[in-house]
Write a protein that binds this ligand. Structure first.
Ligand code: NOJ
Length: 491
């Protein structure tokens, strides 16, 4: 089995990245080396368009808590975090940021930050505790109240229908590798959107389909902790069918509702200039970045394997690719870091694509040891906008973990996050100047929260959360971002 060793335990973000082939069509840029030692392109000051949407993102399991309240069923993440040894520090999302009870306070934070969009997720087991059948009115009511509070504050609700918390009962029925899940998901989406579609007009079907299928069924470092390459590949196909089917279910309710998915993406850069590495980087891009985009928009799988894609192993039947088709209204991009890609001899399992990815360490590292390299964000956004011309982009996540905590005055001076945001937003603005049609940016995250298998050891928030008291304090980066959101002017 080959590795993608670099993925190690923080794997989940990405894996693959883009090819240098595309760089030849980029406008020329200048590399600088700053005093901090990180080479960067030079970016000009930028005025974001008036209608640009500024937001922040969260996910149900990571912030809501109330894990067994008001009729909510058990999810695979409840089961995973309640199993000894799965999550650092034996942490769970049982309470998390207690946002289920404090959502009004969190909407007030968004307002204080001058944001106009909130990307949150709906917990499937709150709506259908066992993953099938009638909806739980208390679960739906919670999201109605949240959406109403947002609308009242003039903040657009952007709801993700699946951010990894599958009802445990559906995992017991086989989980995402089970083809029936496509219909189960579509039913859940249908009843949720029927109930909430009057208030929520913008929807993400999935969050990071590559991450949750790979880490949940291939690597086993995330729920439901399965480690089988064939299950992983089958899960990707079922999710692609589910995406198409749920897209049609929403459009049948109201064709005006805007529907996309938030895809994990990384710029996949060949480790060397060799043809083999360039081709490997293309395969990595196909697999980790657009494996769920291409079937929806083009009705086929992108070529990710050196030989034919393993359609039989994936359980692809005749007519399936028509089911996967979904002319998404927007593509959501979750972007964190680039990867360097080398070619390796194809092996078994994951190794079949003949790719090894590794983290780059040329730039500074965040406290999660992810490299800060804004140029790669420019390149990825530019590439996607070119490859899928015509479909608007929303940045549905981008962020960094730094562990800064309150000083003696209670202020959180997280200057490194400000630098990160400035760099990544400059890179984004440059992609827009070069023609990328990007209409929104959501920072991950509104709040410090439960970082999956890392528990509470990472802090991605614009707002500091004291998990002993649940007190929220806007960090310096939040104040910086609020100014940007009100003026749109990036210096
Ligand atoms: C990816 C995921 O969507 C989100 O849940 C996670 O917390 C962040 N990125 C940071 O790792």
């Amino acid at each position: 089995m080959s590795r993608w060793n670099s993925l190690n335990r923080r794997e989940f973000i990405s894996t693959a990245l883009g090819t240098v082939g595309s760089f030849s069509v980029l406008p020329p840029c200048h590399r600088l080396t700053s005093e901090l030692g990180e080479p960067q392109r030079r970016y000009a000051p930028f005025q974001f368009p008036k209608e640009f949407i500024w937001g922040a993102a969260t996910a149900a399991y990571q912030i809501e808590g109330a894990w067994a309240e008001d009729g909510k069923g058990e999810s695979i993440w409840d089961r995973f975090s309640h199993t000894t040894g799965r999550v650092k520090g034996a942490a769970t999302g049982d309470v998390a940021c207690d946002s289920y009870h404090r959502y009004k306070e969190d909407v007030a934070l968004l307002k204080a930050l001058n944001l106009t969009s909130y990307r949150f997720s709906i917990s499937w087991p709150r709506i259908q505790p066992d993953g099938a059948g009638a909806s739980n009115p208390k679960g739906l009511d919670y999201y109605k109240r949240l959406a109403d509070a947002l609308l009242e504050a003039k903040i657009r609700p952007l709801a993700t229908l699946y951010h990894w918390d599958l009802p445990q009962k559906l995992e017991e029925a086989g989980g995402w590798p089970n083809r029936d899940l496509a219909a189960r998901f579509s039913d859940y989406v249908d009843l949720t959107v029927r109930a909430l579609g009057d208030r929520i007009t913008h929807w993400c079907l999935f969050n990071e389909p590559f991450a949750f299928t790979f880490l949940g069924y291939g690597r086993g470092t995330h729920a439901p902790a399965r480690t089988n390459f064939a299950d992983f590949m089958r899960a990707t196909h079922v999710v692609n069918i589910a995406q198409g089917q749920a897209f049609r279910a929403i459009k049948a309710i109201n064709s005006k509702l805007q529907v996309g998915t938030a895809f994990s993406m990384s710029s996949c850069e060949p480790a060397t200039k060799s043809d083999a590495d360039r081709q490997a980087a293309d395969r990595a891009h196909a697999f980790a970045n657009v494996w769920f985009v291409h079937p929806a928009l083009r009705g086929e799988y992108p070529k990710a394997f050196p030989g034919d894609n393993p359609l039989e192993l994936m359980g692809v039947k005749s007519g399936d690719l028509d089911l996967c088709r979904a002319p998404l209204d927007f593509l959501g991009i979750n972007y964190y870091r680039r990867q360097l890609i080398s070619a390796i001899p194809p092996g078994a399992g994951e190794g079949a694509i003949g790719v090894q990815g590794s983290d780059a360490h040329e730039g500074l590292l965040t406290d999660f040891a992810w490299e800060v390299w804004p140029d790669s964000f420019h390149d990825l956004v530019f590439r996607i906008s070119r490859e899928y011309k015509g479909t608007p982009l929303e940045i549905t996540e981008n962020g960094c973990s730094y562990l800064d905590c309150p000083d003696e005055y209670g202020r959180i001076p997280d200057e490194r996050r400000v630098q990160f945001m400035r760099g990544y937003l400059q890179a984004l603005s440059s992609a827009m100047l070069h023609g990328a049609n990007v209409r929104a940016y959501h920072h991950w995250s509104l709040l410090d929260n439960f970082e999956w298998a890392e528990g509470y050891t990472q802090r991605f928030g614009l707002t500091y959360v004291d998990f002993r008291t649940q007190k929220r304090t806007i960090k310096d980066s939040g104040h910086w971002y609020s100014k940007l959101a009100s003026t749109g002017s990036l210096m």
